[in-house]
Ligand binder design. Structure first.
Ligand SMILES: [Zn+2]
Ligand SMILES: [Zn+2]
Length: 319
């Protein structure tokens, strides 16, 4: 099969071995896949991953139980043991023995076929298109913010960073009716937010007043955390939403002095993301900048790196 593989170098392979299907797992023919910041960080050394890239995808089950065969599905990316202390606590996304699709110890979805545990699959309603469904994974990650912090209308919230995840978090927060602003660098994505009725400011024009109840750091850059620390009020919260290959060097004293809660945030509830897309509550289609065929993945990943490009998709197969 065809596959996009990273082994210290990024390469498109025409004849990569098709995956075996272990018991309890199913084979999915990938239709569409999304390029995420995490993929770009892996290419810079994050997670020391080697193998088939890709964790955001939609596909059709070709080998699995009858009730799933032929179904259009998305899949959760954490493949878990179900037996360790984290799994038994209901925190299976933190499974001690997990593998993660295209990120940790397991091949991903930038390929004709991908194998995932059956229990990771979510069948899609007909009114969610493939172009929308490919956003389920990152949109679920955006919804995780609401799981971790109950947002009330009076709260002042700032999203720092207007990249892929920043724009999804901003849209999810906008739904809560909170007092929301986003701060970014790129005029195109700032304008995108304004068009959606979300106040957006260029970082150079922001005078931090230490008055935000919550700041969601989505820039993936240490400067983003530095400004978050200036924006957040004493006893406020900062959520960290991006992983980075490069370790950050930053003065955390303001967090101590102002008793700021800093919270990591990763994967989120798929069902909520699918529902939001089915009800057309979140607009993801306008985030698609380009769609490339799978064999042009190397070029597509280069394009995904360019500022102002929001989502780049890979078309793997047609229905
Ligand atoms: Zn991702
Ligand atoms: Zn486990």
């Amino acid at each position: 099969m065809r596959a996009v593989v990273y082994d210290g170098k990024l390469k498109f392979h025409r004849e990569w071995p098709e995956p075996a299907v272990p018991k309890g797992e199913i084979l999915i023919q990938v239709r569409l896949a999304g390029i995420c910041q995490t993929d770009l960080e892996i290419l810079k050394g994050y997670s020391q991953f080697q193998g088939v890239l890709g964790h955001e995808f939609v596909g059709v089950v070709v080998n699995g139980p009858k009730n799933l065969r032929g179904k259009r599905v998305v899949a959760e990316i954490n493949c878990v043991c179900g037996q360790c202390d984290m799994c038994l606590k209901g925190l299976s996304n933190h499974c001690r023995r997990r593998t993660v699709l295209g990120i940790l110890g397991r091949n991903g979805a930038f390929a004709d076929y991908v194998v995932v545990p059956e229990r990771n699959c979510h069948a899609l309603p007909d009114n969610v298109t493939n172009e929308e469904a490919v956003f389920v994974e990152p949109l679920a990650a955006a919804f995780q913010v609401l799981r971790q912090v109950p947002i009330e209308r009076h709260m002042r919230c700032t999203v720092v960073g207007t990249g892929r995840i920043g724009l999804l978090v901003a849209q999810v927060l906008a739904q809560t009716g909170c007092r929301l602003q986003v701060i970014g660098r790129n005029p195109l994505t700032l304008e995108y937010c304004e068009k959606k009725g979300i106040q957006a400011f260029h970082v150079d024009n922001v005078v931090p007043k230490a008055d935000q109840d919550m700041v969601v750091e989505c820039s993936g850059d240490e400067n983003g955390l530095a400004i978050s620390l200036q924006l957040v009020r004493p006893r406020g919260m900062i959520l960290l939403k991006s992983t980075s290959a490069k370790p950050w060097t930053i003065d955390l004293s303001p967090a101590v002095v102002n008793e700021v809660t800093i919270l990591g945030s990763r994967c989120g509830p798929y069902a909520e993301a699918i529902n939001a897309l089915a009800r057309k509550q979140i607009d993801v289609l306008s985030m698609v900048s380009r769609i490339f065929p799978l064999h042009k993945a190397v070029e597509a990943i280069e394009v995904a790196e360019t500022p102002g490009t929001i989502k780049v998709l890979l078309e793997v197969s047609k229905a």
